[in-house]
Design a protein around this ligand. Structure first.
Ligand code: PRE
Length: 349
């Protein structure tokens, strides 16, 4: 066997240098963050990011490093750099009620930014597991609600309206309670009514991202209710926690979601089924022949199948769902006719 240990030792030395340089870059970014905060500038500067990207690509090209490598690694560096620039001047006492994927995503972000975060829920062991992952703490629901200023309800919509919160909602009096449900209408009216009855402030939110860790730079929709009053503090809270905020109202949100979620998921569910059924009818295995597009689409379809319950819930509850699905079917038929018509014309010529 040829001795590879000396090459590995060299690789280890290079890796050490890479890490020291990354650490130096992060320190410099921290300085940029302080300057930006002093000047009231936003953390994300797309123009600068494009400029840095171009510099990297041209230097990498000279060194024989593929552009695709730069394009996959630099966005990661930007997103970690931006996390280091987050520094809210006002630390909030935030309670996260729930321990699922979105609770984990928001806990990663809010604890990293420096807010005080407490995890709670019916299952204290699960709450404590999530809390320890991000070096924060868990409490039982009553203590947590008494302690917190912002209560983020990160449990499924069906659980919110099931009566599960009946004993805890009165403890939210005087506090700000936010849900993160993507299907709004019935959760929104349930929590709005509860906020009037129990004297808390209800602001609905919809994080427009999946359960990823440290979702810096992602978008969150904020939907004020009749008990929200002035929501500037809520907007500031999310903005300074690194998310980009879109303020909207329930109806506009449902309309937008009927396209962004209902229509897209509907086509994807159909596509997934059609691929399976038609392939088996024809006796072929399409993944043996996968193209770049097919691979990308398959990845998205897998995600849709994995999130089927949430997706079905949105399909069932969005008030524009039926209208949009029917329009979607009409469009598919029209596209089909257009193709047939074109083919007919070609055959004649
Ligand atoms: O130069 C800046 O403004 C930075 O904040 C640094 C940096 C970077 O990592 O290079 C990070 C975020 C911005 O969107 C642009 C660039």
């Amino acid at each position: 066997m040829t001795d590879i240990s000396w090459v590995r030792e060299e690789i280890d030395k290079v890796d050490e240098q890479i890490l020291s340089l990354i650490s130096l870059r992060f320190k410099l970014v921290g300085e940029v963050g302080k300057i930006k905060q002093k000047d009231g500038r936003t953390i994300t500067d797309k123009r600068r990011e494009n400029e840095v990207m171009e510099k990297w690509i041209s230097r990498a090209r000279g060194l024989g490093i593929p552009e695709s490598f730069v394009k996959s690694i630099l966005p990661l560096i930007f997103s970690y750099s931006k996390m280091l620039e987050l520094n809210p001047d006002e630390k909030r006492r935030v309670v996260i009620l729930g321990y699922g994927g979105m609770a984990r995503s928001l806990t990663s972000l809010l604890s990293l930014v420096g807010h005080e975060v407490v995890i709670t829920g019916r299952n204290l062991q699960r709450a404590s597991n999530l809390a320890s992952e991000f070096r924060t703490v868990s409490m039982n629901m009553k203590d947590a609600l008494k302690w917190g200023e912002f209560i983020i309800v990160a449990i499924p919509p069906a659980a919110i309206v099931s009566g599960f919160l009946d004993n805890v909602l009165p403890l939210a009096r005087g506090k700000t309670l936010m849900d993160i449900s993507s299907s709004k209408n019935y959760v929104f009216s349930f929590l709005e009514k509860a906020s009037v009855e129990n004297g808390f402030r209800f602001v609905s939110t919809h994080p427009l991202f999946g359960p990823s860790l440290y979702p810096v730079g992602e978008k969150i929709a904020i939907i004020p209710s009749s008990t929200s009053t002035n929501i500037n503090d809520v907007i500031e809270f999310w903005r300074k926690s690194g998310l980009s905020v879109i303020e909207t109202d329930p109806d506009s949100h449902e309309k937008a979601m009927s396209i962004v979620q209902v229509l897209v998921h509907f086509y994807m569910m159909g596509l997934s089924k059609a691929i399976d059924e038609i392939s088996s009818e024809m006796g072929v295995n399409p993944s043996d022949f996968e193209t770049t597009n097919f691979r990308e689409v398959s990845k998205s379809l897998q995600r849709v199948n994995y999130l089927k319950d949430v997706i079905m819930e949105i399909q069932e509850n969005n008030p524009y769902s039926r209208q949009v699905r029917e329009a979607g079917i009409d469009t598919l038929k029209r596209v089909n006719e257009e193709i047939n018509l074109k083919k007919g014309k070609e055959n004649k010529t």
